[in-house]
Design a protein around this ligand. Structure first.
Ligand code: CP
Ligand code: NVA
Length: 331
């Protein structure tokens, strides 16, 4: 049956069938090729979208804005300081108002229940731009990048996430691996292992696709990995946990020495960004002065030819465009 995602929200990869996820990836590859060729499709002409951000962003905000403008849509950006949402007006009322003005709503914040409530009350598609437990548009861009640089079928790909294996990015990768039959490895400390219910849902979806899940603190699990992936050790809102995270996660820092454990000369390195890979940020410097090296990856990997982080960042725009075109587009 042909895939039709019109009117659907995009809150988690787990809400979509493998065929629907495949459709979004194919559309993203097609839209990227069209942009490169200078072909305009104006699929969102006459539409307006609103971007709600309760946490900061560079890539996600800009990806939504550029994707919308490329396709002819109008964009409004609201952050928590400049709107009434949650303070003087309930979420339900805010959603009902925005649903009258806009054709789609993006939300980035803390609680997954907020995007779920927005979907309930808005009456238009809602797109999850990151919560504490999920980041589905990131996962699409990541697998799009894998398809560009790992030259084998996804069912043969081994993707290893190193570090805080229970954060939002690790979870969205688990979900997309489950849906697409990719072999997922979570390499991190037991204290930060994925929640059992998340793993159970992935294992359930994997029955249909052949995906496998290995969670371990033993670097031997990296053997044969095609993709090494990491993310910052303390996500937005968790900055007070830095001392504990440095203690737990230093053995899982992605270095050239660790990458050798893949025994794969063609492995690629991915990172959702932003990354602490050197000390050229105030946060990395301030932490170092306090005795904490917060680098989750070192430059011998981050700046190496294995690294495709910036291709991945570009693909945020193409995949977000695909999500908007598929759910509210004119074609
Ligand atoms: N990867 C990502 O979501 O980046 P931003 O926080 O800059 O949006
Ligand atoms: N885990 C990170 C991802 C940032 C894109 C965070 O939530 O801060």
């Amino acid at each position: 049956m042909a895939v039709n995602l019109k009117g659907r929200s995009f809150l988690s990869i787990m809400d979509f069938t493998p065929q629907e996820v495949r459709y979004l990836l194919d559309l993203a590859h097609d839209l990227k090729a069209k942009k490169r060729a200078g072909i305009r499709t104006d699929s969102l002409k006459g539409k307006n979208i609103v971007l709600l951000f309760e946490k900061t962003s560079t890539r996600t905000r800009c990806a939504f804005e550029v994707a919308a403008m490329d396709e002819g849509a109008g964009v409004t950006f609201l952050d928590s300081k400049s709107s009434q949402m949650g303070k003087k007006e309930s979420l339900a009322d805010t959603a009902k108002v925005l649903g009258r003005f806009y054709d789609g709503i993006e939300y980035r914040g803390y609680d997954q229940k907020v995007v779920e409530d927005l979907r309930t009350y808005a009456g238009v598609p809602v797109w999850n731009g990151l919560t504490d437990v999920d980041h589905p548009t990131q996962a699409l861009a990541d697998i799009m990048t894998v398809e560009e640089y790992v030259h084998k079928p996804l069912s043969e790909v081994k993707l290893a996430f190193c570090g805080d294996t229970r954060n939002n990015v690790a979870y969205c990768l688990m979900y997309i691996c489950a849906k697409l039959g990719i072999h997922y490895v979570g390499f991190g400390p037991k204290e930060l292992a994925p929640a059992q219910d998340v793993l159970d849902r992935c294992l359930d979806a994997a029955k249909e696709t052949g995906a496998t899940f290995t969670i371990s603190d033993d670097a031997a699990v990296l053997d044969g990995a095609d993709v090494l992936y990491t993310d910052i050790w303390a996500s937005m809102g968790e900055e007070d946990k830095i001392p504990e995270r440095v203690r737990l996660l230093t053995p899982f820092r992605v270095t050239a020495e660790l990458a050798e454990k893949t025994h794969n000369p063609n492995y690629i390195f991915l990172h959702c960004l932003p990354s602490f890979h050197d000390f050229n940020t105030t946060m990395a410097r301030d932490c170092r002065e306090k005795g904490y090296d917060i680098r989750e990856v070192t430059d011998d990997v981050f700046l190496s030819t294995h690294s495709h982080c910036f291709d991945e960042a570009e693909n945020r725009m193409h995949t977000i465009k695909a999500v908007m075109v598929a759910t509210i587009g004119n074609v």
